[in-house]
Design a protein around this ligand. Structure first.
Ligand code: PLZ
Length: 444
């Protein structure tokens, strides 16, 4: 099958009749707890285009939530998946071993920041990687407390939903929540009460005070932070904050975990987002872009921490599935050989100025932020910083009707985020921005 034509085509209204028909069936067959951003059904996708069952060609500014950085059908990824599936689809690595698992681990040990000895364990989903990072940190330190940030997102499983900040829809009714999870303020420059320039120092001071006076530093196994907060609103921590937390963790024997599940592997214009701040975490979680769309996740970090858990303590039936590993080796090759780190920076250079034109006194766009190909606009009531979630939703829906897939995020539901595949052709990116800018201007 060839790559979809790299062009926006509106063949019908969106959603079209075939998608609508399927939507009725979906509603009858599927649990209501499964949400949907854009109610179309997909026939094929690749590059910067998603083709739905009505033949609409939609520009992809979502990448399946930061997953398909190399595109949804990169020929190299597809080829390596097919080749591996013909050899074998599964053995369970805990039963009999295969090279792909070790090769992915070696690649992550090489690519992640820091010159220290590193080891890796593979899993299937991001939430599973975060859970396992906590298990490792707890065994390695003999401590149990976990410190997380306001606006954090770490997953939907029992432990990770407790680590996630937002209540609805992630926690409401799902309690009791896992114990020993403590939250400190996120250094959110745009919303920091005493102003953005004080956010780094004051947020760090709050962390230090909460850890030392309320939890006790000697009880803390791990501090977990997303180097740019994703679901919480593409919040970029102010310069110096992550480095201060890193140093504090070292001083108190706390494991510093960077959750790079959304930010990692070229997305932000660096292989890992903590590199922008020169920070070297003890453990890093990855998933999403790692395997070009196949479910694969990892914890990578200091060998002595990774080795703290005795044999049998880590794993899972599907953890590091061979087909997913083959896809990852292909995706990582593409990320490196096509220099997608540079490509993410080029995307920022192209997109940021367009978005910044929307910011002016009294504008509904309060801030443009992010790094690389992880950029967002925060929508507010004009002349205030009061969140405007209805407007964000209306803008996203207008884009969808016009054949551009955008996602909304943020604790207040008022942030439109752009996560295009890193391989998106620039003319498509420009066209998608025309649609987004028009939608913001006409709905403001
Ligand atoms: N950590 C930083 O961004 C996943 C969630 C989509 P899983 N983000 C998308 C949704 O609504 O479920 C994510 C993340 C960060 C952890 C995770 C969890 O990764 O692969 O979804 O489990």
């Amino acid at each position: 099958m060839s790559m979809p034509q790299q062009r926006r085509i509106l063949a019908t209204a969106i959603p079209g009749p075939r998608s609508r028909e399927r939507q009725t069936r979906r509603q009858a067959e599927l649990a209501d707890g499964l949400g949907t951003t854009m109610p179309v059904f997909v026939d094929r996708a690749g590059g910067g285009i998603i083709v739905d069952v009505d033949d609409n060609h939609i520009i992809d500014l979502a990448s399946g939530i930061a997953v398909t950085s190399v595109g949804a059908a990169h020929p190299e990824v597809a080829h390596r998946i097919a080749e591996q599936a013909e050899r074998f689809t599964h053995t369970c690595f805990l039963v009999t071993q295969y090279d792909g698992f070790v090769d992915v681990a070696a690649a992550l040990n090489r690519l992640t920041p820091g010159e220290h000895a590193k080891k890796t364990a593979l899993f299937s989903t991001g939430a599973e990687a975060v859970e396992n990072a906590i298990k490792i940190a707890r065994v390695a330190t003999g401590r149990s407390a976990v410190v997380v940030l306001g606006h954090a997102y770490h997953g939907r499983t029992s432990l990770t939903m407790a680590m996630t900040a937002k209540n609805v829809p992630y926690k409401q009714g799902f309690g009791p929540l896992a114990p020993e999870v403590y939250r400190v303020p996120s250094p959110y420059p745009y919303r920091w009460p005493s102003g953005p320039e004080r956010a780094a120092d004051e947020a760090f001071a709050a962390l230090r005070e909460i850890v030392t006076t309320q939890i006790g530093a000697t009880n803390v196994a791990a501090i977990v932070a997303e180097p740019i907060q994703g679901e919480g609103g593409f919040i970029v921590p102010p310069p110096g904050y992550l480095a201060a937390v890193r140093e504090f963790a070292t001083e108190h024997g706390i494991v510093f975990v960077a959750d790079e599940i959304q930010t990692g592997l070229a997305r932000t214009g660096a292989m890992f987002a903590c590199e922008h701040e020169g920070v070297v975490p003890d453990l890093i979680t990855t998933a999403k872009a790692l395997a070009g769309g196949m479910p694969l996740a990892a914890v990578t970090g200091r060998a002595e921490l990774m080795d703290a858990v005795p044999a049998g303590g880590l794993g899972g039936t599907y953890a590091g599935n061979p087909v997913a590993c083959a896809a990852a080796l292909a995706a990582l090759d593409v990320i490196e050989s096509e220099d997608l780190v540079a490509r993410a920076r080029a995307i920022e250079d192209r997109v940021r100025p367009r978005l910044e034109q929307l910011v002016a006194p009294g504008s509904v766009v309060g801030e443009v932020r992010g790094r690389g190909a992880m950029l967002a606009i925060e929508l507010v009531k004009p002349g205030t910083t009061e969140p405007a979630p209805e407007l964000a939703k209306a803008i996203a829906e207008r884009c969808h009707q016009e054949g551009v897939l955008t996602l909304v995020c943020g604790t207040f539901g008022n942030v439109i985020r752009l996560l295009p595949p890193l391989v998106i052709p620039f003319d498509l990116l420009d066209e998608a921005l025309d649609v987004l800018v028009d939608a913001v201007r006409s709905l403001a």
